[in-house]
Design a protein around this ligand. Structure first.
Ligand code: BTN
Length: 255
């Protein structure tokens, strides 16, 4: 059971808890379409049976061991060309939360969070537009908290990295505070450049030698920046000039 939080300004003032559901992003979308929501409403479940990941993938999380939830935002103040800022603040908020336990916590572009080089959180953001403005943004977050066993060896959880067993409700409230603080910053236009710099500071591969899969070959390179539209700029050892990539155009290769 998850309750609303008194400690935030916008996110989590209303929490809808479902013991089981298919996908919290889908439930949040239904609520948005019905017009029955206030900004910051959170849909959370203990057992998400059809979790969706980025690029049509599936998000699996053991029931009752992790946080799987979606936040409904209405960032009408943000020009749509700046929508990558929503990814950036979400990634930074989760990174800040997980980083309070594990120092080596990085954002892997666009918005995966890695602890000790293993994935511990995925984010799926689904925006709806009305003309040139956002009517809603559904921010779906899956954070591995107490799960110990994973299907692949590059996934991890807070419990695995710290040796602790954590209270899901307490961790949910801690994470909401980070999300709320970053969303409040996003609402202040003067914070946008600071958010972009902070994102770069925590970005895996930024000004560091890492490996990419590019055109079928594994190549060394480093991230030089991320554009306002959210494209990754990379200097590859095999290419004479810096290149810019969108989703699906380049892949990370694990060390
Ligand atoms: C990814 O890494 O591919 C993104 C995973 C996003 C998973 C979360 S869990 C809560 C929300 N509901 C979903 O169906 N997906 C997101």
């Amino acid at each position: 059971m998850y309750n609303s939080t008194p400690d935030t300004l916008i996110i989590g003032k209303k929490v809808i808890y479902l013991p089981t559901c298919h996908s919290t992003n889908d439930i949040a979308a239904e609520i948005v379409h019905a017009g029955l929501f206030e900004e910051g409403t959170v849909v959370i479940t203990d057992n998400q049976v059809k979790g969706r990941g980025q690029r049509g993938t599936v998000w699996n999380a053991n029931a009752g061991e992790n946080l799987t939830f979606s936040v409904v935002l209405t960032p009408g103040f943000l020009p749509i060309q700046e929508q990558f800022l929503i990814s950036q603040i979400t990634a930074l908020a989760v990174r800040g939360y997980l980083g309070s336990y594990v120092p080596d916590t990085k954002v892997k572009w666009p918005n995966d969070i890695y602890m000790n080089n293993r994935k511990s959180c995925g984010v799926l953001i689904e925006n709806s537009l009305q003309g040139t403005r956002f009517s809603s943004s559904i921010v779906g977050i899956g954070v591995n908290i107490n799960q110990q066993v994973f299907q692949n060896d590059y996934a991890t959880s807070l419990a695995r990295e710290t040796g602790l067993t954590l209270s899901l409700t307490e961790e949910f409230h801690k994470l909401l505070k980070f999300l709320d603080a970053y969303y409040v910053r996003l609402r202040s236009h003067s914070q946008h450049d600071a958010i972009r710099s902070e994102y770069l500071r925590h970005l895996y591969g930024y000004q560091q030698d890492v490996k990419f899969l590019h055109k079928g070959n594994i190549t060394n390179g480093s991230v030089t920046s991320v554009t306002k539209l959210g494209k990754l700029r990379v200097r590859l050892a095999t290419e004479p000039e810096e290149l810019e990539f969108g989703l699906k155009e380049i892949e990370w290769v694990r060390d």
